[in-house]
Design a protein around this ligand. Sequence first.
Ligand code: C2E
Ligand code: CA
Ligand code: CA
Length: 810
Amino acid sequence: MQSKISAKLLNSYSENIKVNLDLFLEQPFNTTLAIADNIQRNQLYQASDLTEIEDYLHSAISDIYYQQKQISTISFGSEDKDYVGFRKNENQDVSLMLQDKRTDHELEFYHGASSDDIVDHSIHNYDPTIRPWYAPFAKTKTAGWAKIYSNVDEKNTFTISSISPVINNDELLGIVATDINLRHLSNFIEPENRHFKGITYITDNQSKLVANSLKAALTDDDNNRIQATESNNALIAANGLYIANTQLQNKHAPASFEFNHNGIRYFSRITTYENNNLQWFIIVTLPEDVLLDGLPSQQRVGLIAALILAFFGLLMGLYLLRIITQPIMDIAEISQQLDHNNWDVTIKEDIKLHETTQLISAFKSMSSRLENSFTTLRQQLLFDSLTGLLSRDGFIEQLNHPTTQQHGILVLLGLRSFRHTNNSLGQHKSDQLLVAIAARLKQSITDRVVISRIDKDTFAIFTPDFKDLEHSNDFAETLLAYFNRPFLINGTEVLVSTNAGIMSGKLDDIDIEAWLRNSSLALTHAFKQEQVQSCHYQDYMITASQEQTRLTAELQRAITNHEFQVYYQPIIDLKTDQVSGAEALVRWHSPTRGLVSPLDFIPLAESTGMIIDIGQQVLTQACSDTKQQIDKGLWPNAFSLHVNLSVRELLHPLYVTTVKQILATTQLPAANLTLEVTESRLVSQPALTNKTLEQLRDLGIHIAIDDFGTGYSSLAYLTQLPFDALKVDRSFVSQMLESKSHTAIIAAIVTITNVFNAEIVAEGVETAEQAQRLKQLGCRYAQGFYYSRPKPLAEWATENTQHKTLNNYG
Ligand code: C2E
Ligand code: CA
Ligand code: CA
């Protein structure tokens, strides 16, 4: 920008100076022409008498052209080597210079304007026709500017002269010269320059200084004109040097350039100036600060105004942006509060804008609707919609909140076999039952007590009144007592049996959820025990439950990895003392636990349903082993394989199909297979189990009732039970020798089997005496450690069926 502005500025100054210079030089030039013309036209020149010209020139310089202050001398030189001229003194007076016959052809310098005045000094043998202002023009007979020369007078001042020849009939009479002192030229550009505080100087085509605005010397000490580079003004010299180095002067075209001088940056411009035969150069220079200072004030005002305007525009923009963004930021902030359940929505609405108002109102309505649905949702979450009691979450929240309680009793009431109740009453009535239970609990319980239905058939009751364990048990007993009376549902009396799990004591660092889990474990224990209705939580329960969880996982893995092995325990025909069959007993080879007894995992397998898979694996193995043994001739064709069967399996709808498939794949005839079912387990759902047992018998499979005598089944029940054999429980055999009543029972069982046309197997025979006694009682088959412990098939094979040992005892 600086360079551009400087170029423009310098250009305009240069042009300005040119125009003024034209004016400055043109007037004297025209004056010279007019004087020459006048001399010729009025024939003022008389050879050797310059009186008329003298008069005329006098009036010209002091009267006609008086206004042209730049004129320092007007003179006329003739071909006859005469000379007349007037020069202006400092005080604007004029004085005469004359050389003609009156001065005896000597050049006299008069003190005044007349030849009557005293002569200041004179020059001998002065020949005007050889002067630089005369000779060249005499030759060409044209008007023009003379080369700069120094006057012959005592001052030796340098002048530039405009020259015009006086010609009559093609004959040169003389030359008119009008001089301009170079000093005047400098004086002229000096005020021009003052406007812009720069420097202007003019050089001729030899780079010699013609004028400068600083009034710096144009000549050296010996009065020789100097080059710009020789100027005693450093800036002019620096400019000149730059121009000389870059030869700008030779290019004759205006040029702008920059240079550094004494750490200041200068912008310069060189322009040619031509006027008739004059060929000069104008150089204008501006220091940087002046340039900026030189910026037109209007521009400066404009710039400031633009800045102010921009500033206000910015303010306005920020203000508008705030109007738009503030509500959005407010909403964002409030949204975060909503996130923390703070529904109190207040938005500052100091600035109203249609769009943001809409946004705010939409947000408000959204948050209020959200609040409503949130409250509803919470309500649904915290309360049980059926009974109106607290839900599990509500219970936890209420008790977790005010931690004022330090002690408490938590009782979980579980309805026994509610699923069964649900099935027999139907959904609607059992719902009513639950409502009735809730109502009864609410009625009988004080305000301090918190009640909740935490699960379908489980109620949780919490009281902060805790004294000791006994008191906790009493509290549970009172609750259980509410269930002694039947509930009246649509006119039907329904009795509900319940169990209680209790957790009580100090609340401090234990949270209510842990209490719920503990009491739930206690409740599970209570459910399992038949004699007690309620159970207080004890630490072993959690370990037991954890162990069960672990065992369940491992057992599941055992099924997939086939970690089960079948052991066989021989069954002896007491008539022949020969092995007539074997009972298959499962063993678990656990990679972590070693050999695990079925007593340790069968109950869990039954409760989890894993027994289905285990039973299938055992049956398949046993059938295939037996088939193989028979085929090899190791076991007799009539070999009786006994496999234990859980009631859970029996209840499985696909059980019969599965057994059929196993027999088919293993190729074992059904007649070789006896399935043992424990008597006590059969009692629970006789209708279903009996039907399946019948189907199995239809296949040709035998059914043995295991652990017979421990299940308290009535003889009447026995008539409906489809069976082929009874297995006398070990407990009778073990006490047989000591207790007469046990012997009697065995005798009775022998009779029963005879009546029902079934076989009898005595279990747990450990001694020869027991075996002997059983024989006497008429028991056909026996099984026990006395004959053999259960063994893997591999160990069986070596022993074979010969049983030397058996024979010994027989
Ligand atoms: P159980 O059916 O009554 O099997 C007889 C149990 O008495 C076996 O225990 C056997 O080792 C043991 N025993 C045999 N002779 C004597 C003896 O002279 N004296 C004494 N004290 N005990 C004797 P085990 O093998 O530990 O099996 C325990 C129970 O596990 C079995 O009782 C049976 O109810 C169940 N079980 C075993 N294998 C299976 C199976 O594959 N499926 C099912 N569902 N249950 C099985
Ligand atoms: Ca058995
Ligand atoms: Ca048994």
